[in-house]
Design a protein around this ligand. Structure first.
Ligand code: DX5
Ligand code: ZN
Length: 227
């Protein structure tokens, strides 16, 4: 189980310290949301910020591109220190070549899907990816409420993974708190992106520990072992 605090919910007046705080929190990954003001109605930060904070932490940098033209951003984010780059399936025909490009840059390959998009859209790409990011809110802003209708998508992604013996992770992003993380874990998620609940906590280390304990307790694989 991977716990990934989302930097979008960090205190922007002290970004560097927040990255260090995440690095010492027991979290596995740092999730970095890149918004271009076009694919989503909000703007966050770019490769320069990623490059600046990269030396402050050894965490795996999980870079989520919510951008209409990711092809011009893949290399800058790869050079800036991304470990994984995620693009959206809603980009359509260019998705296959974007995924190849990420792989050719030596980075882990991620594919995200928005709540209104049918889960069958990701099916042709499953053998090309290291991670499927199931958006559990409409992307663009932190602090939104979890959309429960996305849970069957996680179950379907997990069923395909099992049937086709594929290794991709199933990540969830948006409105992930202790309760919804448990629901997602039971549905088959293994990677939990959380902004408000984790960075919003006074004690990030305790919050990561609590979320990890809860998702482990709801891991269906471990439940099978105890039967
Ligand atoms: C939403 C972003 C999320 C966001 C999650 O557009 O992709 O990663 O940071 O934030 P919370 O956990 O506050 O919903
Ligand atoms: Zn995200």
């Amino acid at each position: 189980m991977i716990i990934a605090p989302s930097l979008l919910a960090a205190n922007y007046t002290r970004f560097g310290e927040e990255v260090r705080r995440a690095g010492c929190s027991g979290a596995d990954w740092l999730h970095l949301d890149i918004m271009d003001g076009h694919f989503v109605p909000n703007i966050s930060f770019g490769p320069g910020v990623v490059r600046a904070v990269r030396p402050l932490s050894k965490l795996f940098f999980d870079v989520h591109l919510m951008c209409s033209q990711p092809e011009i951003l893949l290399e800058p984010f790869a050079v800036a220190g991304a470990d994984e780059i995620i693009v959206h399936v809603e980009l359509g025909e260019q998705v296959t070549s974007l995924l190849w490009k990420i792989k050719s840059l030596g980075k882990k390959v991620g594919l995200a899907i928005n709540p209104p998009t049918a889960v069958t859209e990701v099916q042709p790409h499953l053998d090309q990816i290291d991670l499927l990011l199931v958006m559990t809110v409409n992307p663009g802003f932190g602090g939104q409420e979890f959309i429960h209708e996305t849970l069957p998508k996680i179950q379907q992604a997990e069923a395909w993974r099992r049937e086709r013996k594929l290794p991709y992770r199933i990540s969830v992003d948006g409105g992930i708190n202790y309760q919804t993380a448990a629901e997602c874990a039971r549905a088959g998620a293994d990677t939990f992106v959380s902004g408000t609940t984790l960075f919003g906590a006074h004690n990030l280390k305790a919050a990561v520990k609590k979320m990890r304990k809860i998702v482990n307790a709801n891991d269906p694989a471990l439940a099978d072992l105890t039967v």
